[in-house]
Design a protein around this ligand. Structure first.
Ligand code: MN
Length: 717
């Protein structure tokens, strides 16, 4: 790269052709000298950065950002926006880093440039038109500063103006994207001049033939209508003047794309669409507008049902105007718009009109950002009455505060409620994905499944064969789909578990009574099922397994009436702790292998296992039919949760010391709480995992040997 001086020397003439002189002149008309100098410095910097790069048309690349800045200068945007426009492609296309832009032009410019680059990187990958709306919303939601969108729109406008140099397929793709994404964005922001031009350019690129046909007709019609229109303009103007109303009356130009759209939407022939005169009346204040309306209604007969008061009820993008339709001279339809000069400015440039540098504007509230903020606020107030949204703090366009927009790795867009997690996303993709998900990557980084998602992220779900939904997910998922799927899956799982346990319990009860479940005659079983109002034997197993029907009572149904009570004792039912959702370990006493235990049949939950000395068991004493003798199976291979309390003297580091001992002994701590009993002593409460009673005894012994520890004991209800 040559030195800046050498480079500038070589490109003095080139600079002029790049349009910087015209831009500087334009800016001089409304910006302070110091700001114009900053823009000039940005040009020098950008021209060097883009040196050697050319557009497809062959021009030096810098002509493009300068043209973008020029478009924004027509809107009289502030200096930082103009500078950001000149630098809008340096991060993407040159070696320049964001930090350098920041150092030279300040944080605001750096933020704007980074914002535009971020939008440029977002590729409109999916062709599904249904996604266009989500895409636009996501763009708006991601952007911290609305000026980023304005630069992006100006960038797109210039690219559309110079689209001719592109090969045909690319031209069509860009035109499609412009109509799908950028036109509605411009409309949302009220930037109508942008919108109309983008529409016509998009239409021309997408349907060149239709465009040419329409253009030719339109030209002819304009010529033939000219005389009539001039006459109407004059009549209206004179009549208003006679009533003491001074107004600007202009004939409205019909835009190609709106003519085309009207033909398609209303299925009208071209002649009928074009056979309408359009007139705009601009007045000084609202009151005058309503009076002007009365005057034109007196002049020409109004078409019933066509009057619309967008002044009293503005459109969602802030547009205000009175619309009416009249029977003009000779019965020709005449469409009239009436508005104030301020409203007219907003109708043309929308949000951009509030950045306008108004020369001689002495208004103290005249800072452009402040005015734009006001505008956004008023638009929001108009469209969703009474909401005071935080985005107004920072001209932040969080138009969709309750939603996030994220990508799949394939580029599909998903709209989820705020707070949605990777699990919600997985279920949104497909319930099979949700059910099998085990981990997630956000922007290629591994994250916990419970991580809330933010707009613009790309989410990849890691699934594993045979994986199952975790009941704990219900604590953080926010979408109805995820919730319903997890619940449904767990219910199924519980049913399967219940059938298995019920069968086991029944087999034991039959054996105890000297019978064999498998040898029960089918007709006897059918009869019993009918008596129980059950349709099949699985349903019987399920109800026994869920604790709704004690197994001994079922067996009695198959014994002769005078049979003695079951004689053979089989000993207790063995519990592994892996029976699934129908055998649960009581949370009050946390039984572990080695503990003496009892089972309690709880209707709907199956067997709840308590320690034999659990205080809660006393309550169940008077329900002996709900008792079940249980014991631990041999060779259990899983960990069990226990709760241990530690009374300690208050000393620094005790909690950490005890926790370290538990961890050293190979236990995972799930939960810790501290309860200060008095100034001297506290009770620490730990929930952690152990293999069995032996393991627990070792851990407790180690804790007991610590100096500040007074007492160690298991929590018991
Ligand atoms: Mn660009």
């Amino acid at each position: 790269m040559p030195s800046p001086a050498a480079f500038l020397g070589r490109f003095v003439r080139g600079m002029r052709s790049a349009g910087i002189d015209e831009l500087t002149k334009k800016l001089g008309g409304y910006l302070p000298v110091a700001d114009v100098a900053r823009v000039r410095a940005a040009f020098d910097f950008g021209a060097i950065a883009h040196e050697g790069q050319r557009r497809v048309s062959g021009e030096p690349y810098i002509t493009h950002p300068v043209a973008v800045a020029d478009i924004l200068a027509d809107l009289r945007m502030d200096a930082n926006t103009i500078i950001a426009a000149i630098l809008h492609d340096v991060l993407e296309d040159t070696k320049v880093e964001g930090s350098e832009v920041m150092a030279r032009f300040g944080p605001e410019v750096a933020q704007l440039v980074e914002g535009v680059s971020k939008l440029t990187q977002m590729k409109f990958q999916s062709k599904a038109e249904a996604q266009a709306e989500n895409f636009r919303k996501m763009m708006l939601a991601m952007v911290q500063d609305i000026r980023v969108i304005m630069v992006k729109l100006a960038d797109r406008l210039h690219n559309m103006r110079t689209l001719g140099a592109m090969p045909a397929p690319k031209r069509r793709r860009i035109a499609r994207e412009t109509l799908d994404i950028y036109v509605p964005l411009a409309q949302r922001l009220g930037m109508n001049q942008f919108r109309l031009e983008l529409e016509d350019l998009g239409f021309a690129a997408l349907h060149p033939l239709r465009y040419r046909v329409l253009e030719r007709h339109l030209k002819r019609v304009r010529t033939s209508q000219k005389a009539g229109l001039t006459k109407i303009e004059g009549t209206i103007h004179a009549t208003l003047e006679r009533e003491g109303i001074s107004a600007e009356v202009t004939a409205r130009q019909k835009h190609l794309y709106s003519v085309y759209r009207k033909m398609r939407q209303k299925r009208l022939p071209l002649a009928e669409v074009l056979d309408v005169y359009g007139v705009r009346i601009v007045v000084d204040k609202v009151d005058t507008g309503y009076r002007a309306l009365g005057v034109v209604h007196g002049l020409y007969k109004p078409v019933p049902g066509k009057f619309k008061d967008y002044i009293a009820i503005p459109k969602a993008n802030g547009y205000q105007s009175l619309h009416t339709a009249l029977f003009g001279p000779g019965g020709v339809p005449l469409e009239v718009q009436i508005r104030t000069a301020d409203m007219d400015e907003i109708a043309e440039s929308g949000i951009a009109s509030h950045w306008l540098y108004k020369t001689g504007d002495q208004d103290a509230s005249g800072r452009p950002e402040a005015r734009a903020r006001e505008w956004l606020k008023s638009v929001m107030d108009m469209t969703q009455a009474g909401s005071s949204l935080e985005f107004l703090e920072n001209v932040k366009v969080d138009l969709f505060p309750d939603e996030v927009f994220v990508f799949s790795p394939q580029g599909d867009i998903f709209r989820l409620p705020r707070g949605a997690t990777a699990v919600d996303f997985a279920y949104a993709v497909h319930s099979d994905i949700g059910n099998a998900c085990v981990a997630a990557k956000i922007d290629r980084r591994m994250v916990p499944l419970r991580t809330p998602l933010a707009s613009g992220q790309t989410i990849e779900v890691v699934i594993a064969k045979g994986a199952k939904p975790n009941p704990a997910w219900l604590n953080f998922v926010v979408t109805a789909k995820a919730r319903a799927n997890i619940r449904g899956f767990l219910k199924n799982l519980k049913r399967e578990d219940a059938v298995a346990l019920g069968k086991r319990l029944l087999e034991r009860a039959f054996t105890q009574a000297g019978l064999n479940l498998r040898k029960i005659a089918p007709d006897l079983m059918q009869q019993a099922l009918a008596d129980f109002h059950l349709d099949k034997v699985e349903a019987l197993y399920e109800s026994v397994g869920l604790g709704q029907r004690p197994a001994p009572l079922v067996v009695r149904r198959f014994l002769p009436a005078d049979a003695a009570a079951p004689s053979a004792s089989l000993g207790p039912l063995s519990i592994k702790g892996t029976e699934g959702m129908v055998v649960t370990l009581a949370k009050c006493c946390h039984p572990i292998p080695g503990d003496e235990i009892m089972g309690y049949l709880s209707a709907g939950r199956g067997i709840v296992v308590h320690r034999a000395n659990c205080r809660n068991l006393a309550e169940y004493r008077n329900q002996p039919d709900k008792w079940l003798e249980v014991e631990w199976a041999a060779g259990i291979e899983r960990d069990f949760q226990v709760e241990v309390r530690v009374d300690v003297q208050n000393e620094r580091g005790t909690l950490a010391g005890v926790a370290a001992v538990i961890a050293e002994m190979g236990s995972n701590i799930d939960q810790v709480s501290v309860n200060e009993r008095d100034t001297q002593t506290s009770t620490l409460s730990f929930q952690f995992l152990v293999r069995d009673r032996d393991h627990l005894a070792k851990v407790m012994r180690r804790i007991r040997s610590m100096a500040p520890v007074m007492r160690v004991y298991r929590a018991r209800a």
